[in-house]
Design a protein around this ligand. Structure first.
Ligand code: IPT
Length: 270
């Protein structure tokens, strides 16, 4: 059997860790994986990539590219009888999905900072074109609002450490700088920690930083990063298992799985 994996930029840590888990789990079952990484991740680019994978006669498809509901539904329809599982869509998309609970992740981050007594909390979101980045942002805003707070600054990066560095400077240049920053991924948090160091702010003494992902390197940051753990290995493995089960059964109902996330408390918050 052969599976197709349509993925977002593998230069980013999270998608590469998912792809690695998909490859390993598939290999264990003697399954080949063809990886496709569209340069332009709009609806057109994804459709072309899916058509290309289908032309190579894949038996099933994994899609780890952020897609809006209609786009995901269109890709599902395009695949016809070939089962498709989406990893970066909203719960409201009527497609098979295996996604992390973004609302829970956002709430865990806010609750952690509130417990430590921080009230001036800034937000550094991911790109607004990404479904999961938007879900994290709205989760943070909702959780802050429930505590009667509004963010002390809000910026959007593109998931890279460089963008974390650039936007981190903007957040810290405010007249009343934040006591803590919630960052939508660990790579951007790396850039934020660098900004703090350059401005002579100690982390966590003068400012707390919470990341999101818990990719393999995050425990090695200086200081080790407090972050929201998303079990990428488990997600990759379960996606392959789900598709293989689908291929050997006759279940065709739409299935949505929500994976819980956890807060990993390290040394970037206090
Ligand atoms: C999501 C990561 O959290 C983020 O850091 C970035 O790498 C993004 O992927 C790339 O699209 S995880 C995804 C399964 C929602």
């Amino acid at each position: 059997r052969t599976l197709g994996l349509l993925t977002s930029d593998l230069a980013l840590h999270a998608p590469s860790q998912i792809a690695s888990a998909v490859k390993s789990r598939a290999a264990q079952s003697g399954v080949n994986v063809i990886i496709s990484m569209p340069e332009v991740q709009d609806a057109r680019g994804c459709t072309a990539a899916v058509q290309d994978l289908l032309a190579q006669r894949v038996d099933g498809l994994l899609v780890n590219v952020p897609l809006d509901d209609e786009q995901a539904e269109a890709v599902s329809a395009l695949a016809g009888p070939v089962p498709v599982l989406f990893l970066d869509v909203s719960e409201t998309a009527a497609v098979n999905s295996l996604i992390f609970d973004a609302d829970q992740g956002a709430r865990l981050g806010v609750a952690h900072l509130l417990e430590q007594g921080h009230l001036r909390i800034a937000l550094l979101g991911g790109p607004q074109s990404s479904v999961s980045a938007r879900a994290r942002m709205s989760g943070w805003l909702a959780a802050l609002e429930e505590s009667g707070l509004s963010p002390c600054g809000c910026e959007y990066g593109d998931w890279s450490a460089a963008s974390g560095y650039e936007k981190g400077h903007l957040l810290l240049a405010a007249d009343t700088p934040p006591q803590a920053i919630l960052v939508a991924n660990d790579q951007m948090a790396l850039g934020v920690i660098r900004v703090c160091a350059e401005r002579g702010l100690t982390v966590p003494g003068q400012i707390s930083v919470v990341g999101y992902d818990d990719t393999a390197d995050s425990a090695w940051y200086s200081p080790p990063l407090t972050t929201i753990h998303q079990a990428f290995k488990t997600a990759g493995e379960r996606s392959v298992e789900w598709l293989l089960a689908r291929l050997s059964g006759d279940d065709t109902a739409v299935r949505q799985t929500l994976l819980p996330v956890t807060l990993v408390e390290r040394a970037s918050t206090s």
